[in-house]
Structure formats: structure tokens, C-alpha cells
Write a protein that binds this ligand. Structure first.
Ligand SMILES: C[S@@+](CC[C@H](N)C(=O)[O-])C[C@H]1O[C@@H](n2cnc3c(N)ncnc32)[C@H](O)[C@@H]1O
Length: 273
């Protein structure tokens, strides 16, 4: 029998310790990328090895919060993959328009860029006041930043370009003011948004929704957890509800494949059958 790599053993023990101590379940994340991120945290936070991280986080919630910043990948962009947002305008908006009110779930919203992008799109389509949006994540620090809606000013140039490629109809700078050395987004955009802690690994279904956007989240999960997450989405979606995924994610090769149709495969946009 080949002995397991000590680093892999340490990683498993760390993940187990996180689960037992904080009820955050990373046990079904893709091991290669989790390992990469934990090793990066070890280096950046100056721990001698992964066991030292485990020992520290067991007794120090602040150290765990710091580690979460590395293992949850709090990275996002506004109008990320503009073609996705264009596809929402073409395929999803006309259907949402037929409802007097509707619910949207943005799962794994990170620091909120996706939420503000979608809110801008809905406002331009005259639908924002009809929407109730749940924006969820497991990282409390990211959710807090999402609530604040302040993004780096230096990103505005590329976000403006994305916005126009995504079919943006106005001047992007109308949506923010320069404040606190960042771009503070119009608070009314998130008046109907509830930011909430929710884990696709351990929590149950989230309300009944007409559209779910879960982008660049399942890419970090193993097959079993991906199936769990899509199961939650299937259960949450109303009849003929839409599901949007990230550019590197797909519903192909899933037990759920027969339960959805592809609306636009290149844009990773699906509809419940
Ligand atoms: C790379 S960001 C994606 C942000 C945004 N959706 C986008 O596409 O720009 C991944 C997010 O997924 C969240 N996440 C990771 N595991 C999760 C889980 N089990 N349940 C909910 N969110 C999770 C992370 O905290 C992180 O904010």
C-alpha cells in the first residue's frame, strides 16, 4: 500500500476540524484546488504547515475568518462574461416580464458585483421593482462588502466596457458616485435584495424562485456536491424557471441533465423542464 501524502492528510484533518468547529463543510470541494488555496494561505499567512493552521483556527475564530478569505475565492467582476447578461436580456427578461412579481436567487454572490449588475439590468428593463432578490454566500465578510456596494474606482473602466457589451442602455457612471475612495453604487438598486448566509453544501432549499444565477461556484465542488447544488436549484425553481451558470460550468453529464433544457449552451443558460 502506498502511503498517503502527509500534506493530503493534513488537508483532510483541517477540513474536518473546520466542519466540527464552524459547521462549514468543505469536505466535498474539489481537492486539487482546495489544496492549492490552503497552501497559498499557509504561505501568505506565514504558517509552517497546514497542521499549524488547524491548531490555530480551532481556538481563534478571527484566524478562521482570515483563512476563509483564501479558501472561498472572493473574486468577482461586474457584468462578468457580458454575453451571459446579454443572454439574460434576450431569453429571461421577456419571461420575467409576464409576472407581476418574481424571485431571483444569486447563489455564491461573493462581494456583490453580480448582484449590482443584475439589478442594473433589471432596472433598465423596467423590472427591478417587481423583483425580490436573495443574494447568498457562505463568507460573512464578502456578504458585508456586498451590502456596502463599494467597488474599486480603478475597475470602473473595464466594468463600463463589460456593461456596454452586455447591452447596457445608459451611462454606467450614472449608477455610482465616487466615495470613500471607491465607487459607491446607488443604494436603491439593492432595496429589494436580501443578503443572507446560505451554504450549498449544508443548507436546504431557498424559497421558490423564477431565476437562479450560480456562477463560478460549483467549479470548486466535486461531482457529489455539484449534484447536491443542482438538486437544490431544481427544487427551488418554479415551473420553467431559469438557471444560469459560469462560463466553465455545465449541466451536461449530470443526473439532472434530463430535467433541464439548454436555452443557450454557450452562455450556460438552462431552463427547468
Ligand atoms: C469566485 S466567487 C463567484 C462570485 C460570483 N458568483 C461571480 O461569478 O462573479 C465564488 C463564491 O462562492 C462562494 N461559495 C463557496 N462555497 C459555497 C457554498 N458551499 N455555498 C454558497 N456559496 C459558496 C464563495 O464564498 C465565493 O464568494
Amino acid at each position: 500500500m502506498v502511503a498517503a501524502d502527509p500534506v493530503d492528510i493534513e488537508l483532510r484533518l483541517l477540513v474536518e476540524a473546520i466542519y466540527l468547529r464552524y459547521s462549514q463543510d468543505f469536505r466535498d470541494y474539489s481537492p486539487a484546488s482546495l489544496k492549492r488555496r490552503v497552501l497559498h494561505a499557509q504561505q501568505q499567512l506565514d504558517y509552517p504547515n497546514i497542521s499549524a493552521i488547524q491548531e490555530r483556527i480551532l481556538r481563534d475564530p478571527m484566524a478562521f475568518a482570515q483563512l476563509m478569505q483564501f479558501i472561498t475565492v472572493p473574486v468577482s467582476d461586474m457584468f462578468r462574461d457580458p454575453a451571459y447578461f446579454l443572454a439574460l436580456r434576450h431569453h429571461v427578461v421577456p419571461v420575467l416580464r409576464t409576472y407581476p412579481s418574481f424571485k431571483i436567487w444569486i447563489a455564491g454572490c461573493s462581494t456583490g458585483e453580480e448582484v449590482y449588475s443584475l439589478a442594473i439590468l433589471l432596472r433598465e428593463e423596467g423590472l427591478l421593482s417587481r423583483a425580490l432578490v436573495y443574494a447568498t454566500d457562505i463568507n460573512p465578510a464578502s456578504l458585508e462588502r456586498a451590502r456596502q456596494g463599494i467597488f474599486p474606482l480603478e475597475r470602473m473602466r473595464s466594468y463600463t466596457a463589460n456593461y456596454h457589451k452586455a447591452g447596457g442602455l445608459a451611462s454606467f457612471s450614472d449608477y455610482y458616485t465616487a466615495a470613500y475612495s471607491g465607487a459607491l453604487f446607488d443604494r436603491t438598486l439593492v432595496a429589494n435584495v436580501t443578503f443572507a448566509d446560505h451554504s450549498l453544501s449544508t443548507d436546504s432549499v431557498f424559497s421558490e424562485t423564477q431565476f437562479i444565477s450560480c456562477r463560478n461556484v460549483m467549479i470548486y465542488f466535486n461531482k457529489k456536491l455539484q449534484e447536491r447544488a443542482v438538486g437544490l436549484f431544481h427544487e427551488s425553481l418554479s415551473h420553467r424557471g431559469f438557471l444560469g451558470l459560469g462560463a466553465k460550468e455545465t449541466l451536461d453529464f449530470s443526473v439532472w441533465t434530463p430535467r433541464f433544457e439548454a436555452v443557450s449552451r454557450p452562455d450556460r443558460l438552462y431552463r427547468k423542464l
